[in-house]
Write a protein that binds this ligand. Sequence first.
Ligand code: 28G
Length: 664
Amino acid sequence: MAQSYDASAIRVLEGLDAVRMRPGMYIGTTGSRGLHHLLWEIVDNGIDECMGGFATEVQVTLHKDGSASVWDNGRGVPVDMHPELGISGVEVIYTRLHAGGKFGNENYAYSGGLHGVGASVVNALSRWMTVDSFRDWTHWAIRFESNYDETEGKVMAGKAVTPLERLGNTRKRGTLVRFLPDDRIFEDTVFNHDVVRSRLRELAYLNPNVRITLTDERVSDSAGRTEEFCYAGGIADYVRWLNREKTPLTDEIIVFSGQKDDIRFSAAVQYTDSYSVSVFSFANNISTGEGGTHEAGFRSAWTRIFNDYARRIGALKEKDNNLSGEDFREGLTAVISVMVKNPQFEGQTKGRLGNTEVRPAVESIVMNEMTLYLEDLKNQDLGQKIVEKALKSAKVREAAQKAKDLARKKSALEAAPLVGKLSACTGRKAAENELFIVEGDSAGGSAKQGRDRRFQAILPLRGKPLNVEKKRIDQVLANEEFRSIITALGTGIDEDFTLDSLKYHKVIILADADQDGAHIRAILLTFFYRYMRELVTEGHVFIGMPPLYAVKRASGIQYAYDDRELKKLTKGLKGGYTVQRYKGLGEMNPEQLWETTMDPKNRKLMQVTIEDAVREDSLITTLMGDKVEPRREYITEHAEFNKADRFEGTLEDSYRMTWGSGEK
Ligand code: 28G
């Protein structure tokens, strides 16, 4: 049970103005990601209250006025006076930086939060915030605002504009927080329904039996406004859901959990007939898309336990080598979740767990639990199937390794598959170099002539590359288009991938704005995502955006990259111009291609990023996998893609754009 608490337990560090001065330091960005961080911070506080056993539900509402509110049925935030500060506990929590005890407090030992920055940061970055506490049969309320102050000459962050008021009696228990993100801070203040929905669903899977609802009052259809997420099966349900469009090897999902010292770990695993690996890891409810020590521990223990098992059942003989970890991971879908005190998040997007004590702890939990599991007679069938699958995978991998070695040898001898294809650049600095992967020989030719050869290399693609989602690694390596891409990049692929040897820090896909181009983009992105994921997560993959229109006048040509821009360009022009709609890159001459699409000064690039690994992964399965019906559904649902968010830049957006023109 938690220790008793009163307002004096709150440590006070500093005021809120620092947050408005440098929002990036607290929430990373002031773009869409940062905006949603505000909501996650508040939601996480509600989830914490559930994890502590004090609440059972969290309700999130996206209001028409742009604000969001979060309700939990927990204890209600404390309202008593802080003895030294002379203000209420609520005020301390929402107006003092680092107030609240996520740092070094036993009550909040496993708290995730926005890596713990606190609700006061949300207040500081909001136009206004209201907090209602329902506690001891009393309804308390307070309101904060960030207003411009004439005498100070600046916006004063998150000041209480009403004292903490006692509004009356209540039979409810809980906390209600509502806030309006400040449009003077954020580029865009509109919460994205899909992003919120997907995070809430994820939280519901990670916290079994917590009832999370999302109400979006902005949608017109009142029946579809509220959605509830609540899963008794937790991460096992999550795995079943992740595999909904795949074909599982067995019905059964392996689930286990354990604790060692202060580290709590749980995993849910199911194999499918696919060749890819989908491991989703979380630390303190935060998605760790870049992996970390928990993933490393899980992997090494998984490999060890199954090699042992394979020997025990005689599938591996004494003289045989161990199977590789990859072999035991082929077709694996897993969700692993760890709870750690003082989690250390590292990496580009703070998506990698760094705590070194976690790896051995997870290893030992996985070994113990899986040993028990595999000793159980009723699990022999499943164990056997997994080993058989791994043996098959090992055979294929051996063949692939030969192909890889061959490719490497060839690349050492001046890259056989590249001869006559890649036009390398003269510069030697990888960080400045760019590789354009261009659809078609004719556009490739224009790109070659138009480029700045000091830092731009061109690799034209002949036909459509292979759809890797449906292929094994040896088939991928047998494909000439992919071989030349791999050789050109210099990184190797899959387990051999090393980002350090990347020869071009910008890899730019240049394809036509039509159906075929869309398909090629999707295939290339899938290839990068499946075989060179770091290339994507570290931000090296871009989509080149050729203009859609040229507006020609006596005074010269201007280009428009979407319909909106075209309208802007032609507004006010009274005749005397023509509009050309480009159907393909091939319609531009080398100078035009340089000017509009390749010249860093004028071009538009869309950086491909991964916001949410689960969403991206299932999107790829949907769009590139074998099942037709889910694909059709997705495409119908997202029929109106385009233009407005063409430059948004998540992988999903690029896929949307890709598939938007409507495959049947
Ligand atoms: C509705 C939006 C999201 C919350 C509580 C409950 C307590 C609390 C919240 O205490 C101070 C600092 C560190 C522990 C704790 C109530 C103890 C006794 C609480 C929320 C205390 C904050 N009674 N519910 N904060 N901490 N729900 N939901 O924010 O030491 S925040």
